[in-house]
Every structure is written in C-alpha cells, then in structure tokens.
Design a binder for this molecule. Structure first.
Ligand code: FAD
Length: 357
C-alpha cells in the first residue's frame, strides 16, 4: 500500500505496477495533483522541464521551460492515468499501526491491512509558524505560504513577509506591487545564475549532477550539506528572485522577526513594524503524529536509510529532502528512490498481498 498519491507515491506506484504487484495508492485530496494545484497562483517551478519528469514519462514541455504549478498538477494526473495506477482519492489515512507481521491502515471507517506500506505524504503540509504569532493583533491578516494564493487575500496596508528563502522572496516581490513590503530573515543565498538565462542553461546539468550524484547521504560532503540544510531547517536558496530584484521592487530587507510587542511584530534589532499583514514563509514540519510507531528521528524526520525503516520491516518513506540525495524531494530525483524502494519490496517479501477488511 502507498499512502499519498502525488509525485512520490505515483513514482513508487509506477515501479510496483512494473512488477505486476497488487497494490493501492490512497490520497486525501479529491484529484491527483491537488497538492500542486493548492499552491499560490503564480508559482512556477525552479527546476526546468528537463528535470521534472517521473519514471517512464518525460515532462511534456521544452526542456528549458519552467512549468507552472498547474502544469505539474495536470502532468501528475495524466501520469496516473497513463500507467493505470490504482489511486483512491478522497481517502485520508488517520492512523498507521502494526498488526502482527502486517500493518493496519485506518482511514475514517475503512481499515486496510498491508504487508508493506510506503508513506509518500510529503514534507510540505504542516506549517512551521513561531508561537508568538498568536500574540499578534487579531486585526493583522496572517497567512502561511501554504495558504497564500495571491495579493487579493491581504488587507490594505503593509505586508511583513517572514522568511527570505525562495518562497518568501517570490511572494514578497508579488505583493510589493500592491502593498508596502518588508522581507524579514537571514539570506540563504541565491543561485549563481539567473533563471532562464544562457549561463543558467549551461550550468543546470552541472547543478543537477551535484544535487543528485554528489550531495548524497553516501558522501561526506553530502552529509555535511544535509546537516547544514536540515538543522536548523533552512529554506532553499532563491532561484528566480535575486537581491537586485528585491531592492528594485522597493522591498525593505529587515532582520529576523523575533517577537511581538503591543500586537505588532518586532525584529531582532528591536524595531517594531506597523503592518496590516504577515505572510509566514517559515517552512514546514513533518507530521508523523498519525503514525503509531516509534519512527521519529533527527530533524523530526523518520529514521530511515534510503527510505527503508530498519526498525519496522515493510515500512518505507519517500520524498524527503536528503532521503538519498539533495534531489530526493524533487520531481526529477524521486524516481530513483522509488525504484530502490520497489526493488526492496520485491526482494524482501514473500507475501505482499493486501486485503481490505
Ligand atoms: P506532496 O506533493 O506534498 O503530496 C503528498 C500527497 O499525500 C498529497 O497528495 C496528499 O493529499 C497526500 N496525503 C498527505 N497526507 C495524507 C494522509 N494522511 N492520507 C492520505 N493521503 C495523504 N520540486 C521540484 O522538483 N521543482 C520545483 O520547482 C519545486 N518547487 C516547489 C515549490 C514549493 C512552494 C514547494 C513547497 C515545493 C516545491 N518542490 C519542487 C518540492 C517538491 O517537488 C514538492 O513539494 C512536491 O509536491 C513533493 O511531492 P510529494 O509527492 O513527496 O508530496
């Protein structure tokens, strides 16, 4: 059984289908691709189409194009159809536990048992928002980046965008067209070339090679970068929006947001900002609370080795940053991890039957 039917779950499904294995993919959303459809309206990928394909089907766009989030959603839907992947949509799993040698998977009033379970529920669902957000004046509109769609959701007046990584920078530039905007936080850096430029096209294969072959959990440099990236968790460097774009948009880049005074956000340097809106681009935590098994490890991620959970034979995770390589959480990187997991399932189990009870 695969829990989660977006890119990670579909990639595993593709490989299980190649083995003629009996399996099902359960997904909470009502339509394959909704994880992408629900992201903000103007979002485009930071990876080009060449690196956005899942196993067996290239992304249907010219290789240097940066697809929109809706194109990704439609691609995933087409992918599931083309390979006849057995996705049951509208099924949210609320508990995963052991039942003897098997697993019990509960979704509302349905219960399934499965010899193998692959958790492909994504790591970008549960917002990480500082506790002091609760002390902000209730008149201030607060949104996490996962709930942000476009500037029409905001009140008139200033916007504080908290978190200056890729999402924060893109959202700040968008809202700055209609609102005075402050961007708060540490600079995680930016990619060396401008998205879509000729140098970018030339460098991209090299960057992808680094992300998928060099920065892996099997190399000392990969483990070093993983530890720096995950602890404390960092946003990814800005791709499309450089420092110059931020300045040109009239956005004031300010220190970290540190707390609240008299209902308004305060910065590390003591400045109090009078704003009407706060957009939290502060990342996500992985929610494992519905998994009734001792799997949580460092950085709040499950203890696993290339997706295999050593303490729970038959349990797998996929789609996490640095599961195997920096590229593991990306569209173009998940296929290799999916093949490994499907291979592990094929080699390890004598009985993989799944029965709904
Ligand atoms: P998700 O897409 O998050 O899907 C998880 C699925 O699991 C969902 O369909 C959900 O309904 C389902 N689910 C969750 N919980 C349950 C449950 N309990 N029961 C049943 N179903 C459940 N990657 C790139 O390669 N290029 C990019 O340019 C890029 N841009 C990104 C931009 C943003 C803003 C973000 C947040 C991420 C971006 N990524 C990008 C990273 C990554 O590719 C995406 O996050 C991708 O959506 C991860 O796919 P996934 O299948 O692992 O998880």
């Amino acid at each position: 059984m695969v829990i989660g039917g977006s890119q990670s779950g579909l990639a595993v499904g593709y490989h299980l289908a190649q083995q003629d294995r009996d399996f099902v993919i359960l997904d909470a959303y009502h339509r394959v691709g909704d994880a992408w459809r629900r992201r903000w309206d103007s979002l485009r990928l930071f990876t080009t189409a060449r690196y956005d394909g899942l196993p067996g089907m290239a992304f249907p766009a010219a290789r240097h194009v940066y697809p929109t989030k809706d194109q990704v959603a439609d691609y995933l839907e087409t992918y599931a159809e083309r390979f006849h992947l057995p996705v049951e949509t509208g099924v949210r799993v609320d508990r995963l536990s052991r039942r003897g040698e098997s697993f019990e998977v509960s979704a509302g009033d349905r219960t399934y048992t499965a010899a193998d379970v692959v958790v492909a529920t994504g790591t970008y669902h549960t917002p990480r928002i500082p506790d002091f957000a609760e002390q902000l004046d209730p008149a201030i509109v607060q949104l996490h980046s996962s709930a942000y769609r476009n500037p029409s959701q905001l009140a008139n007046g200033g916007v504080l965008v908290v978190g200056a990584a890729n999402s924060g920078a893109e959202i700040a530039v968008e809202v700055s067209k209609t609102h005075p905007t402050w961007l708060s936080g540490r600079d995680p850096g930016q990619e060396p070339t401008r998205a879509g430029s000729v140098p970018d096209r030339v460098l991209m294969p090299f960057i992808w090679f680094l992300a998928s072959r060099v920065l892996t959990v099997g190399s000392p440099i990969g483990r070093k970068v993983r530890d720096e990236f995950l602890d404390p968790p960092r946003g990814i460097p800005r791709g499309r929006v450089g420092r110059r774009d931020i300045a040109a948009a009239g956005i004031e880049w300010v220190p970290r947001t540190a707390g609240v005074r008299d209902g308004s956000p305060t910065l590390d340097d003591g400045t109090i900002l009078q704003v009407a809106n706060v957009v939290w681009c502060t990342g996500f935590v992985m929610d494992l609370s519905w998994i009734d098994l001792p799997v949580t490890g460092a950085y709040g991620f499950p203890v696993q080795d290339r997706g295999v959970v050593p303490s729970q034979p038959g349990l797998y995770f996929i789609g996490m940053p640095f599961q195997r390589a920096l590229s593991s959480a990306l569209l173009g990187g998940v296929g290799r991890d999916a093949a490994d997991i499907a291979g592990h399932i094929a080699s390890g189990a004598a009985d993989h039957t799944m029965a709904a009870i």
